[in-house]
Design a binder for this molecule. Structure first.
Ligand code: PLP
Length: 456
């Protein structure tokens, strides 16, 4: 080991990496080689390999490269799935990034009242803005949508029954199932009606089972039921909740804050509408259609929000300063819907026209062809993703690129292995890059990656 470390082959490496790290990888490499030699009857089979320091240096360098590459890094999304949960959902607006960097770089008045020079509350940030934008009496931000729902249940229905339609006992993904969330929050699920039909009377009948805590309506955000169906309206449930003196909670999921018509999308319940329809509390995500950082947002009557703020669970799901800064900056953009559509990447991607995408695809294809890469600008369809707008397809444009080496799967794998990984999709043996989810400033990077990894 000492001899190797002192050799010329290791000099440069030891200048740029901590000695301990180089030693650790060299030890693993030496051990691996010992085991390899031990398995062979004739150790003389690799005399040169065992003695050449350069061989060890090359292998240790490979190991260093792997171990010094960050595990979490930026990737380019060419899949056409806008809210790709596996790829981190919503990319953020520039002003959100600036706000996050500014509070992360130093200290912040997270729990400090600057007027009084004393203790403040982190839960006061974003509250006035959320109330202004939605008309809610109170607002509370947690670290994600699931946490928001657990906090609501825990505070308003701990040890008591919660009425949920059998048609809304959904699984969102990532282990989030309504019956299990209720259980983990200490609430007792009372199933109402049937999978396809649940009427107001069914809720009334079920209300007699156990001590009632709340009525919960869950938006079927990621699937549809069609055919012989019926459900109680939020207005009717709100009236029943008032009569039975229990809160009616609407788990909305996606948190769309602009008119879906402006995006050319079908109707989707929005927080403001749910509150206007009489929901006492609504909960949704910050990083789905709202287009902000990962967060859970709870809106509702001030008295319920005050109770949630006091619940010990609130501390366990509390949001951090960078999220609050990013969320506040994103929410501010909603004061002018035009600005929101332009500045919030998720909304800009949703409203990108097929024509604009086609122009980008054609330009890239021309540039690729100049570099000797065979590609074509082709029509394709994107989806909203993130468990929203199931079945909705957005007409899009992108690139179809032919690999020069191996098939499309091998090409896709090489692109995933790049220092800035590009994730595309393989369809019918061809690699496709949907430009709807590629941010425009990434186009030159996409060009560079495709030409470098297409193979020779
Ligand atoms: C996505 C979703 C949630 C969970 O929100 P996360 O932010 O992913 O934790 C809860 N309810 C519904 C209806 C959803 O669509």
């Amino acid at each position: 080991m000492e001899g190797l470390l002192e050799s010329e082959a290791f000099r440069g490496m030891l200048e740029t990496h901590p000695r301990g790290l180089v030693v650790m990888h060299l030890r693993s490499e030496v051990d691996r080689l010992r085991r390899e030699i031990g398995r062979h009857s004739d150790p003389a089979a690799f005399p040169e390999e065992v003695e050449d320091p350069q061989l060890y240096a090359t292998r240790v360098e490979d190991r260093l490269r792997v171990s010094t590459t960050p595990s979490l890094r930026a990737v380019i999304n060419g899949t056409g799935v806008i809210l790709h949960t596996n790829l981190g959902r919503a990319p953020l607006a520039d002003c959100a990034l600036d706000a996050m960097a500014s509070v992360a770089h130093g200290y912040a008045n997270l729990e400090y009242n600057l007027e009084e020079g004393g203790r403040g509350s982190r839960y006061d940030h974003c509250t006035a803005l959320l109330r202004e934008l939605t008309g809610a009496g109170g607002a509370l931000v947690s670290n994600n949508g699931a946490a928001a729902l657990v906090l609501v249940l825990r505070t308003l229905a701990f040890g008591r029954s919660v009425l949920v339609s059998r048609g809304e006992l959904v699984e969102i993904g990532g282990g989030f199932r309504i019956p299990e969330i209720l259980e983990s929050a200490g609430a007792v699920l009372v199933e109402v009606g049937s999978t396809n039909r649940t009427r107001l009377d069914d809720y009334r009948t079920a209300a007699g089972r156990g001590e009632l805590g709340m009525i919960l309506k869950v938006h079927r955000s990621n699937f549809r039921i069609t055919g012989f169906t019926e459900e109680a309206s939020l207005e009717d449930l709100a009236a029943l909740g008032a009569e039975l003196e229990v809160p009616v909670v609407h788990d909305l999921g996606s948190g769309l804050m602009v008119d879906p018509e402006r995006l050319g999308l079908p109707d989707e319940p929005r927080p403001t509408q749910s509150l206007a329809a009489g929901a006492d509390v609504v909960a949704f995500s910050g990083d789905k259609l709202l287009g902000g950082p990962q967060a859970g947002i709870i809106l509702g009557k001030a008295e319920w929000i005050a109770q949630m703020r006091k619940n010990p669970m609130c501390r366990a799901v509390r949001v951090d300063k960078t999220t609050l800064a990013g969320l506040e900056a994103t929410l501010r953009l909603y004061r002018d819907p035009e600005t929101a559509l332009r500045e919030i990447p998720v909304l800009a991607m949703l409203s990108a026209t097929p024509d604009a995408l086609r122009k980008r695809a054609e330009k890239l294809a021309a540039n690729l062809s100049a570099l000797g890469v065979t590609s074509a600008a082709v029509e394709m369809s994107s989806v909203v993703g993130g468990g929203t707008y199931p079945g909705v397809e957005l007409e899009s444009f992108g690139l179809l690129v032919e690999s020069n080496e191996g098939g499309a799967d091998a090409f896709a794998a090489r692109l995933r292995g790049a220092s800035v990984p590009l994730v595309g999709r393989v369809e019918d043996g061809a690699l496709l890059i949907d430009l709807r989810t590629v941010l425009e400033w990434q186009d030159p990077v996409v060009l560079d990656l495709l030409s470098r990894y297409v193979g020779s």
